[in-house]
Design a protein around this ligand. Structure first.
Ligand SMILES: Cc1cc2nc3c(=O)[nH]c(=O)nc-3n(C[C@H](O)[C@H](O)[C@H](O)COP(=O)(O)OP(=O)(O)OC[C@H]3O[C@@H](n4cnc5c(N)ncnc54)[C@H](O)[C@@H]3O)c2cc1C
Length: 391
């Protein structure tokens, strides 16, 4: 990062931090939070506040270019200081990843129609890839995709079911993955559409993402050919374009949230007494917070390392897998210790710590469960070893 670039980004990150701490955090106890995330009215209100403060979509510059990944890390960690900061600042999943993908793969017309409203925070989006386990559809293994796309004149006809579509309920824009004769494809659609029916929105352990995570049925959805994103059969390639940066941005946001949990836990143990002294003065408590500092620093270094790899132009598939595993597991340990040192209070909704713990639990599964990333790394190790033997 150049000196001028670093200074500009540090200034932006400080502005975002001030906004999240002063404006968003007071909203954490707002009654408009539901088990499926903040209500639409609350989302709109938070985004208006961010717009007024000049911190809406801070990672995309007015000319449409993105901050580098290293710079994005500085800013997204700050939006993450509250679980609702990313929604307010328009850096939340799945919009942030969808904006990135549309910017990379969308045609100029597609960008104008589907990307612009997202960047301006006027619409939310959803990404339909995973399918219900009950149908034995795409999950950890996306190649098991059952949703089909058939060309009919100048339209594609899409049929299938999707699961865990974050934000589908209330979204204005969707990216649908389906299989044509050529292989996986992606389609851009306006929502709601009567051919995409929400069957239900299951209760999940997390609750920060607006709209929750819907199961939908797609029945004879007709999509004009010019709404295909990129080329037929290239869908998994585009999914990879989205996945490495998207999983890294989850690491950035949740790093911010867990940093905040550590702040709250620290304040608790420096105030609360047991057995004649402050909790912090008990070695068993102090060591847990020290372990947290170490985990947080290691996570930060992994994020910056992976961001540098992506900034070099590499796809960073292995690096983002390693980072996703290391960071999600480390942040979970930190969140768990924060709950523990706060005793019963850590398990209540009186502070955001309990919520952060639940959110991080889900993060160990989405964007590739830990085991799937380890398995793909093991495959690489195996291939490299066998290639070396063959040489
Ligand atoms: C909160 C949340 C939000 C989500 N948002 C979206 C979204 O917006 N859009 C979307 O398309 N999807 C979304 N997902 C889906 C998510 O990406 C999937 O849950 C994930 O890919 C795992 O798929 P699955 O749930 O079908 O698990 P399964 O495929 O049934 O796997 C279950 C478990 O099996 C183990 N496993 C699988 N393969 C291997 C292996 N090779 N080696 C060892 N163990 C293995 C893992 O432990 C894994 O957790 C979301 C999920 C959650 C929980």
């Amino acid at each position: 990062m150049s000196g001028a670039g670093a200074a500009r980004t540090a200034e932006l990150a400080a502005k975002v931090e001030a906004f999240v701490r002063e404006i968003v955090i007071p909203y954490e106890q707002d009654p408009r939070h539901t088990s499926h995330g903040p209500s639409e009215a609350l989302v709109v209100e938070l985004k208006e506040k961010a717009r007024a403060a000049g911190v809406l979509t801070p990672h995309i510059l007015p000319d449409g270019s993105h901050l580098t990944q290293r710079e994005t890390a500085m800013v997204l960690k700050m939006t993450g200081l509250s679980p609702f900061g990313p929604v307010a600042c328009n850096t939340a999943a799945p919009d942030e990843g969808n904006m990135y993908l549309l910017g990379k793969v969308g045609s100029p017309e597609q960008r104008e129609r589907f990307l612009r409203p997202l960047i301006e925070g006027r619409a939310r989006s959803t990404f339909f890839m995973t399918e219900p386990a009950a149908d034995n559809g795409a999950g950890s293994d996306p190649s098991m995709m059952l949703t089909t796309a058939r060309l009919d004149g100048n339209h594609w006809v899409v049929n299938g079911r999707k699961a865990f579509a974050t934000g589908a309920d209330g979204a204005g824009i969707g990216i649908v993955m389906a299989k044509s004769e050529d292989g996986a494809c992606m389609f851009l659609v306006d929502l709601p559409d009567p051919a995409i029916r929400i069957e239900r929105v299951p209760q999940t352990i997390d609750s920060s993402m607006p709209g929750g995570h819907a199961i939908v049925k797609i029945e004879d959805l007709r999509v004009p050919s010019d709404q295909m994103l990129g080329q037929s059969g290239e869908g998994f390639k585009y999914a990879q374009v989205r996945l490495s940066p998207a999983r890294l941005s989850h690491c950035m946001r949740w790093h911010g949230a867990v940093t905040r949990a550590q702040e709250i836990a620290t304040a608790y143990v420096c105030r609360r007494q047991a057995f004649g002294k402050l909790l912090i003065d008990h070695e068993g408590v102090g060591f847990q917070l020290a372990d947290n500092l170490i985990d947080l620093k290691q996570a930060e270094l992994m994020i910056d390392w992976c961001a540098s790899v992506l900034d070099s132009g590499a796809k960073g598939i292995g690096e983002s897998s390693m980072t996703k595993i290391a960071v999600s597991e480390a942040l979970f340990r930190v969140a768990d210790r924060c709950v523990q040192v706060m005793g019963g209070t850590g398990l209540t909704g009186d502070t955001i710590v309990e919520k952060v713990f639940r959110e991080i639990r889900a993060f160990r599964v989405y964007d590739g469960p830990t085991e799937v990333h380890k398995w793909s790394l093991a495959n690489r190790i195996r291939k490299d070893a066998l290639d070396r033997v063959a040489r």
